[in-house]
Design a protein around this ligand. Structure first.
Ligand SMILES: Cc1ncc(COP(=O)(O)O)c(CN[C@@H](CCCC(=O)O)C(=O)O)c1O
Length: 397
C-alpha cells in the first residue's frame, strides 16, 4: 500500500499556516502550579455564569426552534440591531462574526491575494498576523509604541506603496498597550483619506479604559468626516465571555455583503443560541457591567505595576497601561525573551515572548504580560517569580 505524506498533500496555503504561539503556550501553562501571564484571557470572576444559565434555559424553552435552527449569515437580527444602535450605524452595516478572529480571517480572504502588500504595526496582534499570513501577503510594518504607530514612518511607507489595508489597534494595542492620542488619530485619517486607504480598526479593548472616558474611534472620526474607508472590528469577548465566540464587523453595506458571502463558505453563521444569549445579557445593565469590568482591570494593572516596580531590576523597561489587558516589557538589547521563557518556566511562571508579534521579525528581547486572568495575590507572586528569572538571566549575560 502507498504511504501518504500529508505535507505533500496539503495545499500551498496550508503549508504557510503556522501554530499560534499564544495557543501553544497556553497548553504549557496548564501544568499545575504555573502562574501564567500568557493569554489575554478575561477575568473568569467577571463571567455572568448564573445569569447566563438562567437566560440560556429560558431561551431554549421560549425560542428553542429559533436558537437550535440554522440562522442568517448576517447574524441574529435583534443583536445586529442592538450593535447598530450602540455604535450609531444601521443594521445593514453590521455583520456578526464567530469571534473577531473570524473577522481577521475574512479580511484576508476578501482583501488579500498572493503577494498583496498589507501594512501593520510592529509589534501587532499575532492572531491577525497568523490569519493574514495564510493568504501569502507581503507584510509592511511601521514601528509602534505607547502612542500608537510612528506617523512619520507610516507616511513614508504610504508614499512607497498602496497597501490593501492598514491594520491598527488604536486603543490599548495588543501587545504594546499603546493608546493613539486624538490628534494622531485625526492625522492618520487625513493620510488615509488623501490616498483612499482602507483602514481596519480592531477595537477589541474599546471599553477597557482606566481614565474618565473613551477616545473616539477612527471609525467615528471617519464617519464625521464622511470617509467610508474604515472597517471596524470589535467583540463581546473582553466585556462578556470569549467562549461564546460572538463579535462583529461594522463597515459600508458593500463590504458587509462581501464579508457575508465569504462567511457563508466558512461557517454559514455564528451559533444562534450564543447570539441570542449575548443579546439577552447586554440589553439590560450593560453600562453597569462595563464600569465593574473597568474597575477590575484597573486594579489588576495596578497590582502588576506595584509588583514590577518592586521586583524588576532597573535594566528592564515596561509600559504603564492606561487600559486594556497587557504590560509590554523590554529586556536589555541582546537578551532573549525565549531564553527568559525557559528560565521562567522553571520558576513556574509564564508569559508570551514578543517575537511572534513582529510580522517581519525582530523583538527578540520583548515580552507581553497579561494581568487579566489572575487575582492580586497571584499577580504579585507571579511577578516575584519572574523577577527572579530575569535576575538569573541578567547574571548570565
Ligand atoms: C486585538 C485582538 N483582536 C482580536 C482578538 C480575538 O478576539 P475574539 O475573542 O476572537 O473576538 C484578540 C484576543 N487576543 C487575546 C486572546 C487570545 C486567546 C487565545 O488565543 O487563547 C490575546 O492576545 O491573548 C485581540 O487581542
Amino acid at each position: 500500500m502507498k504511504t501518504l505524506d500529508w505535507n505533500t498533500l496539503f495545499g500551498e496555503r496550508a503549508r504557510r499556516i503556522q501554530a499560534s504561539t499564544i495557543r501553544e503556550l497556553l497548553k504549557l501553562t496548564q501544568r499545575p502550579g504555573v502562574l501564567s501571564f500568557a493569554g489575554g484571557l478575561p477575568a473568569p470572576e467577571l463571567f455572568p455564569k448564573e445569569e447566563a444559565a438562567a437566560k440560556a434555559a429560558e431561551i431554549l424553552r421560549q425560542k428553542g426552534e429559533v436558537a437550535l435552527q440554522y440562522g442568517p449569515t448576517e447574524g441574529y437580527f435583534p443583536l445586529r440591531a442592538w450593535v447598530a444602535e450602540w455604535l450609531g450605524v444601521s443594521p445593514e452595516e453590521v455583520l456578526i462574526t464567530t469571534g473577531s478572529q473570524q473577522a481577521l480571517d475574512l479580511l484576508g480572504k476578501v482583501f488579500l491575494d498572493e503577494g498583496s502588500p498589507v501594512l501593520l504595526e510592529a509589534p501587532s496582534y499575532m492572531g491577525a498576523i497568523q490569519a493574514f499570513r495564510a493568504y501569502g501577503p507581503r507584510f509592511l510594518t511601521v514601528p509602534a509604541g505607547e502612542e500608537g504607530p510612528d506617523l512619520k514612518a507610516l507616511e513614508e511607507a504610504l508614499n512607497q506603496e498602496y497597501p490593501r489595508f492598514l491594520y491598527l489597534i488604536p486603543s490599548f494595542q495588543n501587545p504594546s498597550g499603546g493608546l493613539m492620542p486624538l490628534e494622531a488619530r485625526r492625522r492618520l485619517l487625513e493620510m488615509a483619506m488623501e490616498r483612499g486607504l482602507v483602514v481596519v480598526e480592531d477595537d477589541a479593548y474599546r471599553e477597557l479604559y482606566f481614565g474618565e472616558s473613551r477616545l473616539p474611534s477612527l471609525f467615528e472620526l471617519a464617519r464625521e468626516a464622511g470617509y467610508p474607508g474604515v472597517i471596524y472590528l470589535s467583540s463581546f469577548s473582553k466585556v462578556l465571555a470569549p467562549g461564546l465566540r460572538v463579535a462583529f464587523v461594522v463597515a459600508r453595506p458593500e463590504v458587509i455583503l462581501k464579508f457575508t458571502q465569504a462567511k457563508q463558505g466558512v461557517d454559514l453563521h455564528t451559533p444562534v443560541l450564543n447570539q441570542i444569549l449575548v443579546h439577552e445579557l447586554v440589553k439590560e445593565g450593560f453600562p453597569e457591567r462595563l464600569d465593574r469590568i473597568r474597575t477590575t482591570y484597573k486594579a489588576k494593572a495596578q497590582a502588576m505595576l506595584e509588583a514590577l516596580d518592586r521586583e524588576m531590576p532597573k535594566e528592564v523597561a515596561y509600559t504603564r497601561p492606561k487600559g486594556g489587558m497587557f504590560v509590554w516589557m523590554t529586556l536589555p538589547e541582546g537578551l532573549s525573551a525565549e531564553a527568559l521563557f525557559r528560565q521562567a518556566l522553571e520558576e513556574n511562571v509564564a508569559f508570551v515572548p514578543g517575537g511572534p508579534f513582529f510580522a517581519n521579525g525582530g523583538g527578540e528581547n520583548t515580552l507581553r504580560l497579561s494581568y487579566a486572568t489572575m487575582d492580586r495575590e497571584r499577580i504579585q507572586e507571579g511577578i516575584r517569580r519572574l523577577g527572579k528569572a530575569v535576575k538569573g538571566l541578567l547574571a548570565t549575560a
